[in-house]
Design a protein around this ligand. Structure first.
Ligand code: BGC
Length: 454
């Protein structure tokens, strides 16, 4: 491929998607901001989790990350120069309310006001996620997502954000990928807060479902002309073998990974038919919850990176299904060992579009980590470029097939802190030198810039 003309076999332009289709980039507070203890900021569960040896690849942490807290103006200007007009970022709860509840930090509010105002000055529309995994540690000390009181803690936090920022921020997402923060954080223990087991997982699921709905209702009440969504991780699930047992295993995995959080919000309840252990959530459900789990979102944020192949396994408790790793399947993978499989994004748009209550879909994350090499000050990230283009083709196909997809955000703008994997996997359109904080626009970023022109 000719690297000077990277889009030579990709002839779509942004305007081919229609004038209302939004293109942007996505980020999250803990992954980029740094400034972990500046002013009165409280610690989050990620500050705490990363401080324990052995939790994160090479004991990396987000204390500085991309130093976006201090560099946001330069980064937003760079975004602008790349023709990026929509920027998704999250608010750090413990920067805004250091003790989780109670006093609001004026410096925290001031910081986000400056970020929002600078975006608007640059002609960039802010898309704000309220919760991208960094719960205040003080609330975790009281049980975090397993404590039903989180519903009122969260409602108070949403109130504060809506009141301070709702005059200028119109596009909101309540939660980022509840399946990942409850599954990895409260069942497998590989993400903060590092808790395990059903006794943590099941209440965390239910409380996240309640918060995702009540957060939406508060935004609806307090923000004029709000466009309200929430985001879900999802992957096309394929049976590993075409046997009845693997087909059933795939249905179970689909219920757990793709249906668990959207269906209660649509009034369909938990998908217990394929995952009977979810019946045990009942003990956390209070009578009024059934209606309080429902919210009429303006859009659903679909976040897709790969597909999963699933096989039957007697040894996996509760599910009897397990994922067959991509590395064992001899397929093209990213650095995360995720299969590169573009039709998955089409499949997931179609699957979400099929729900009667889903009005609009925005791809709020899609992207890939590959080993980037800096050579003579440049990064020719051909694999990422191909990944993004091939996924965009699928999104275009979905739109042309009449599926209601109206936006696409690349994960992510600059290389950043990739949770348990630390700084090792780089997902950015822009390279971050974590020693000097220098930014270098990769070939993929240059391509996106050209694609977004006009
Ligand atoms: C998360 C991001 C993460 C990305 C790549 C998503 O699950 O929302 O925070 O960095 O995937 O792993």
């Amino acid at each position: 491929m000719d690297l000077n003309h990277p889009q030579n076999n990709f002839n779509l332009q942004s305007q081919d998607f229609g004038k209302d289709f939004v293109f942007g980039v996505s980020t999250a507070a803990y992954q980029i901001e740094g400034a972990h203890n500046i002013h009165d900021k409280g610690a989050s569960i990620w500050d705490h989790f990363t401080s324990k040896k052995g939790n994160i690849f090479n004991n990396h942490h987000g204390q500085i990350a991309c130093d976006f807290y201090n560099k946001f103006e330069a980064d937003i200007l760079l975004m602008k120069s790349m023709n990026i007009k929509h920027f998704r970022f999250s608010l750090s709860w413990s920067r805004i309310i250091p003790n989780g509840t109670g006093d609001v930090s004026t410096t925290g509010i001031d910081y986000y006001n400056r970020v929002i105002d600078f975006c608007l000055e640059c002609g960039i529309t802010p898309w704000v996620t309220l919760y991208h995994w960094d719960l205040p540690q003080v609330l975790q000390n009281k049980g975090g997502w397993t404590n039903r009181a989180i519903v009122s803690w969260f409602e108070n936090y949403v109130n504060v954000c809506a009141t301070h920022f709702g005059d200028r921020v119109k596009n909101w997402m309540v939660l980022n990928e509840p399946m990942v923060f409850t599954g990895a954080g409260y069942f497998l223990g590989v993400h903060a807060p590092g808790n395990r087991g059903l006794k943590n997982f099941l209440p965390a699921i239910h409380h996240a479902v309640l918060c995702q709905a009540s957060g939406g209702s508060i935004l609806r009440a307090l923000v004029d002309n709000a466009f309200i969504g929430t985001t879900f991780s999802c992957s096309q699930i394929t049976p590993y073998r075409n046997t009845p047992r693997d087909v059933l295993a795939a249905k179970k995995a689909d219920a757990l990974l793709n249906r668990l959080f959207i269906e209660p919000s649509l009034g369909l309840g938990y998908p217990t038919e394929y995952v009977p252990v979810l019946n045990r959530i009942e003990r956390y459900i209070q009578p009024e919850d059934v209606k309080n789990m429902i919210f009429d979102y303006d859009f659903i944020g679909v976040q897709n990176y790969t597909r999963e192949m699933v096989t039957h396994s007697y040894f996996v408790p509760y599910l009897q299904a397990k994922i067959v790793k991509a590395s064992k399947r001899h397929v093209k993978t990213t650095l995360m060992d995720w299969e590169v499989y573009p039709p998955s994004i089409y499949h997931m748009i179609k699957q979400f579009n099929a729900y009667k209550g889903v009005k609009k879909i925005i791809i709020t994350e899609n992207g890939a980590a590959f080993p980037d090499m800096v050579s003579s000050g440049q990064i020719h990230d051909t694999e990422r470029l191909n990944y993004l283009q091939s996924h965009l083709r699928q999104v275009y196909k979905a739109k042309n097939d009449g599926l209601n997809v109206e936006g696409y955000f690349v994960w992510t703008f600059t290389d950043n802190f990739e949770w348990a994997e630390g700084y090792h996997p780089r997902f950015g359109l822009v390279y971050t030198d974590f020693k000097t904080q220098e930014r270098i626009v990769k070939s993929s970023g240059k391509w996106y810039q050209g694609f977004l022109k006009n």
